[in-house]
Design a protein around this ligand. Sequence first.
Ligand code: G6P
Length: 347
Amino acid sequence: MDARKGGFAHYMQKEIFEQPQVFYNTVHAVRESPEALAYFVGSRMSLMIVACGSSYHAALLYKYLIESYCDIPVRVEIGSEFKYYAPPLTVPVIGITQSGETADTLAALKMAKAWGCPTIAITNVVGSSVTRIADATIYTRAGPEMSVAATKSFIAQLAAGLQITAFLSDNTALEMELNRVNIMIEDTLTIEVEDAVALCCTAQSIFFIGRGLYYPVALEGALKMKEISYIHAEGYAAGELKHGPFALLSPDTPVIALAMPGKTYPVMISNIKEIKARGAPVIGIGIAGDSELPEIVDLFIPLPPCNEVAGIAMASVMLQRLAYYVADGLGCDIDKPRNLAKSVTVE
Ligand code: G6P
């Protein structure tokens, strides 16, 4: 076994296990970067975020968080699409990029800068190209990520986004909650997923669904699954499933439904019932002690009781673990999936 993997079979598994510490380190590092955060304070009108891949999913979480906690409208764009914007923007533009080298994200920030927009980088790599383009940089503290599939860098981006949200909304209760999320992530690392893995390993295609904050979590869960297990997976806003994908539901198409407590819960329950009525097996991810969800799903994965912010971190980690064990069960090259690169430096 490779000593650099610290006793784990793959870098991805090691990096999944590092996440409690990474979350903690990033929250505290962002709290201590007042200069970079000051850029956000001056930008209370609206914000634009650009990113690619998993970083784009983190950006979508930022949008939900900043809009709901801070009342600041946030627009999110995929790095490669930004250049097709016709009207020049004037708002602050944030680029989220783990590597700091993704060509499309860098190009978008350069374009925004040329329009005169203030630019902010959120990156994991000190001295990376994005730090030389942006006016200010906020660092995530994931440490080097070796596996191609992003895990700890995504959780670090989430941690930074939550701390930025707490700062912008002057929300000390949220800030206090962030002090406990690392422990909640830790609790997620040992939850049994064997039956869910077995169900997914034989699937033709898997849907991941959620609403609100859990919609980007579902997108990221599907991305993890497809990139390392090669099983076709799609993340969907739960309400959109009936606008097309319902036609694909079958006993070979499991649906992984994020039914966590909060305002999206009742409508998730009715969506799950509609899916069950169309013959697809459902894996429900919810909270231990829920009496309704386990009754209507084929498999129930219980997370420890938590608030919303811990919930999105725990659900994200759970979906990473699911993808990891499915890919492992199928004998895939987990750390170096075919055709993929850690950093995409061409357009
Ligand atoms: C590649 C990686 C992904 C990553 C994306 C964006 O596709 O395989 O894991 O999310 O690039 O990378 P960045 O470094 O900009 O976050």
